[in-house]
Design a protein around this ligand. Structure first.
Ligand SMILES: Nc1ncnc2c1ncn2[C@@H]1O[C@H](COP(=O)(O)OP(=O)(O)OP(=O)(O)O)[C@@H](O)[C@H]1O
Ligand SMILES: [Mg+2]
Length: 269
């Protein structure tokens, strides 16, 4: 029986706050912990996880959507236990898929012939229909927020839209790029503030997955097309990533998801 994966979406309101950096490194670190992990580059217009990992993909999800390839033919094994489903970059029609095409993508996942523990989706920024449809298909939705006013306002905007779409209690926050001695406290205060606003105006609470420090090794590893584990294994950034990974491992897996899409339904049998 093919194991049912836990699907985790990494999203943000504002762009450039660290979704791809966190997705790639969380996936790599989970695999290092012995899990079978798939990373789907769900930034449908401007995919770049493959660059961050230094792998060259001849084909990507656009070829599957166009019926030229089977999903299993485009999967790339990055390292032991870690596979990538590459996204399309610079393909305009991929950036604006309609609802039927999006539903098609989600059902394509059910055809993957592999055992998977965690299926991570690195999303595009914002609240486009593509982002929201993919987020609907996730068991856990992780919103990345940086310590700047526009990132905070946009994170709340995204949480609001996600809350309006479903009553599920599975929204998590990661505070990225916090610096200085009081970074843990600042991040915790920011989480509390956003959570209070969510409780007051949306009647919903969110959960904190943890904080990732500002660490120049993230951009250095990116320039060298490597995950942090393979570039700076003793970095503070990787320690923080591992903290987030252990938090995720400690969470209860979501077994049932009303409105869950074909990917999960097919695999439950
Ligand atoms: N904790 C961190 N410390 C230092 N730099 C970071 C950190 N997280 C991310 N960065 C840097 O921020 C830049 C943007 O990161 P990344 O591409 O992961 O963001 P993104 O949210 O995926 O962007 P986009 O919205 O364009 O997809 C990169 O140069 C990355 O190296
Ligand atoms: Mg990105």
């Amino acid at each position: 029986m093919v194991r049912q994966p836990e699907v985790i979406g990494i999203a943000s309101g504002k762009g450039g706050v660290g979704k791809t950096s966190l997705s790639v490194n969380i996936a790599r670190q989970m695999a290092e912990n012995g899990k079978k992990v798939f990373l789907f580059d769900g930034d449908m217009g401007l995919a770049n996880a493959q660059i961050a990992l230094g792998v060259k993909a001849k084909e990507n999800i656009s070829h599957v959507i166009l019926g030229e390839k089977n999903i299993n033919e485009i999967v790339i094994q990055v390292s032991q236990g870690f596979s990538l489903i590459p996204g399309a970059s610079g393909v305009q029609q991929m950036a604006a898929l309609n609802n039927i095409e999006m539903a098609g993508i989600v059902s394509i996942f059910s055809e993957i012939k592999a055992e998977i523990d965690f299926f991570i989706i690195d999303l595009a920024a914002g609240i486009s229909p593509t982002v929201l449809t993919l987020l609907d298909a996730c068991h856990k939705r992780v919103i990345v927020v940086a310590d700047e006013p526009s990132s905070i306002a946009d994170a709340y905007g995204l949480i609001k839209v996600v809350c309006q779409r479903s009553k599920r209690d599975d929204i998590f926050m990661v505070e990225n790029r916090f610096r200085g001695q009081s970074s843990e406290k600042d991040a915790s205060n920011l989480f509390k503030l956003i959570n209070q606003v969510c409780i007051k105006f949306l009647d919903r609470s969110i959960k904190n997955l943890g904080t990732v420090s500002e660490d120049e090794f993230f951009s250095m590893a990116l320039k060298d097309n490597k995950a942090l584990l393979d570039y700076a294994p003793t970095s503070i950034g990787l320690k923080d990533i591992d903290g987030i990974v252990q938090e995720i491992f400690a969470l209860d897996p979501v077994q049932d998801m009303n409105g869950g899409l074909e990917f999960f339904i097919d695999r439950k049998q």
